[in-house]
Each structure stands twice: as C-alpha cells, then as structure tokens.
Ligand binder design. Structure first.
Ligand code: AMP
Length: 365
C-alpha cells in the first residue's frame, strides 16, 4: 500500500459494526491518539459509548455511507458479516483495511474452505449442499458424523446441525432453514487452538502465542495460554495463519481457528475457520501481552510498526455469557483477575456480556 500515507495521531478511523470488538478497538485507538467513528444500524451498540462519533444507519444506506466515508481517514470493520457491497461502496471513496478481498472468503464457508485447501492447508472433508438432494452425495464424501453448516451468516455455532449415524439428513437440512450449505466431516479433535496474527501494510507479521480454546454449545467459553501443544505444532499453526493472511493480502488482525487431531500417532492441524478481524479468543492479549490484539489491529491498518506480541503472563480468559455476567462483583474482588464488561443494555441467553482474565506468572514459552 505504498500510495496510502500512514495515519497520524488525531486522525479518525471509521469502524463498521458496533459490538464489543468495535468498542475495544475504539479504546485501543484512543490510547494511540486516534479517534473512532462507529457505523452501526443498532442504536444500542456497545461501541457507541466509547466512540468520538456515530452513524446509526443501515449498511445499504448509500447517502449515510458516503457521509461516513467523507468524515473518516480510514475504515475498518469489527465483524465479518458486513455486506461486501457496503465495503466495496466505501472502497471507492476511502481506504478500507482489511479490504473486501480479505472479507469475502470469510463470509462464505464454502469459499473459505476452497481458499484454504487450495493453499495446501488441511481442512475437514467438505462438500457443497445447495439443494436437499445434494446431501446424500455430500455424506458419501464426508462420512458420518458430519455437520451441516449454512454457508453464510453462521457464528457461535448458529446455523449448524449434526448428522450422526442413523439420523435422517433431511432433518438437518430443515433445521438449518434449507439454505445453501456446506457439509463437513466431524473431526475427533483433541483440542482446539487459534492463532491471532497481525499483518502490517508492508507484509510484516506478528503472531501472539497460540491460544487453546474450549467451546460450549458452539460458543467460545474459555481461552488459555500457553496452549498444550508442542513448539513444532505452535510454529506450524503460526505459519498456516501467515500463509492465509498473505494469500488474501490481509492487513490488520486475522484469527485462524484450528483443530489439533492425532492422525497416525502425530498431531495434525486442520483449519476450521478464519475471521478477518480481532477475535474473542485473542481477548487475553489485552491483559497478558505487551500489545493487545486491538492495538495491533490499529497499528497495522494505520501503517505503523506492529507492536510487541510477547506474552508476559499465563492467562485464562472466560466469557461471561448471558446471566453469568451477574457474577461481576465477585469477579472484581478476585486477585489476579481483570474484568471487562461490554455495557450491553439487555442480558440475553447466549449473548456475550463481558469476559474476565485470570492472570498468573508466566510458566513457560
Ligand atoms: P464454527 O462456527 O464452525 O466455528 O463451529 C463452532 C464449534 O463447533 C467449533 O469451534 C467446534 O467446537 C465445533 N465444530 C465445528 N465444526 C466442526 C467439525 N468439522 N468437527 C468437529 N467439531 C466441529
């Protein structure tokens, strides 16, 4: 991006999306002397409380988008289901990082799998299911158990149905709403890990230590560092993430979620999905790394040198989902614990309301 001047303190970053990730990005930007203008259709967006300016408008409102583009120096996004048309419209008026090229494959589970497997990186066996009848040939490819996932708009385990031995596959097709889907073989993994990697405009990369993740009901429950993987597996995981970031020309933070499975007596990494943004499994970095994932994202898109991704402590990050947030007074009293509350107006089951990180002295690399 040689023709795009680096940002200077005092400039304004536009953020598409107003959730907790946008909120934490805006706080990190403020620490670096930048301010943020958050664009989100939801008037109750938690990011608004910490942003210098806001636009409340739908993602297809071209006059609101044009005004937003004119009011900011650079645009980024905090969630990958921003319509790609919105990003393209803005790209005609202002720099958007990461760009639509990095966003597009992450919006479609089929395109994502094709991209990653095309790079020679292992993914679960998969097949496209665009009509009910496709499901039988797809099952022949994947075997059972398999998971039918909607191609688009899936997150936190939504839009997924498991097909076990003996299950009627048509029931899974109905359960996901009879929409274009991808069928994936179920991986009997030993653990789940993620790599949170920042890539600068100049192609430089910095990865945080590999994170180990536990999901409950498809939602991330807990992330911990260090992960219980060998140094070779960790290095391989980081190299996979860097190859994906490079292939899509990503600028900013990229998260790559992977399964660790034992195949032929050896650990094997299988990529599950990518998120072209800061990620829940990287929240520990705000409490146990020198520069947080939010700071890294801001530095990368601003055209600034990446920060130090080194981990100074061991950490376990636990999400406060739904009513679990009511425990905040006890957590505040816990030594060695940092509490983050997202300021959401309504507590709903399955909704991420906050998180806390238990920090301990660093045990090993
Ligand atoms: P996803 O929305 O694709 O990230 O899926 C949410 C969670 O469901 C993952 O983090 C895994 O715990 C589980 N999962 C998804 N796909 C698979 C798979 N192919 N094999 C085993 N578990 C899976």
């Amino acid at each position: 991006m040689p023709d795009l001047p680096a940002l200077r303190p005092g400039m304004i970053i536009g953020i598409l999306g107003g959730g907790q990730l946008g909120r934490m990005l805006a706080m990190a930007a403020a620490e670096l002397g930048l301010s943020c203008h958050v664009y989100c259709p939801d008037p109750k967006s938690p990011a608004f409380a910490v942003a210098a300016a806001r636009t409340i408008a739908p993602y297809d409102d071209e006059s609101a988008l044009a005004a937003f583009a004119g009011a900011v120096d650079l645009v980024t996004f905090e969630f990958e289901n921003i319509p790609v048309g919105t990003v393209r419209f803005l790209e005609g008026r202002v720099a958007v990082l990461p760009g639509s090229g990095a966003l597009e494959p992450a919006q479609d589970r089929l395109a994502e799998k094709q991209l990653i497997s095309g790079l020679g990186i292992p993914v679960a066996p998969f097949a496209e299911v665009s009509r009910q009848a496709d499901i039988y040939s797809a099952l022949a490819r994947t075997g059972r158990p398999a998971i039918l996932k909607t191609r688009r708009m899936g997150y936190d385990g939504k839009g997924q149905a498991l097909i076990r031995a003996g299950d009627d596959p048509v029931a899974a097709w109905r359960a996901i709403g009879e929409v274009p889907a991808v069928l994936e073989g179920h991986i009997a993994f030993e653990r789940e890990i993620s790599v949170i990697l920042a890539r600068g405009r100049d192609g430089a990369t910095a990865a945080f230590d590999v994170t180990e993740n536990v999901h409950e009901a498809g939602i991330l429950a807990r992330s911990s560092v260090p992960a219980e993987v060998s140094a070779e597996t960790a290095a391989e995981a980081v190299s996979i993430a860097a190859r994906i970031a490079e292939a899509v020309g990503h600028v900013g933070v990229l998260a790559v979620e992977m399964f660790v499975a034992t195949i032929g007596g050896r650990p094997k990494l299988i990529v599950n999905e990518i998120a072209p943004r800061v990620h829940n499994s990287g929240h520990w970095t705000g409490d146990a790394a020198v520069a947080s994932q939010f700071e890294q994202h801001i530095r990368a898109i601003a055209g600034w040198p990446l920060g130090d991704a080194g981990r100074h402590s061991d950490a376990v990050m636990i999400n406060l989902i739904g009513q679990a947030v009511d425990n905040w007074p006890a957590l505040l009293a816990e030594p060695g614990t940092r509490v983050h509350l997202y300021g959401k107006s309504e507590t709903l089951p399955g909704r991420k309301m906050g998180h806390y990180t238990r920090i301990r002295p660093r045990s090993r690399a």
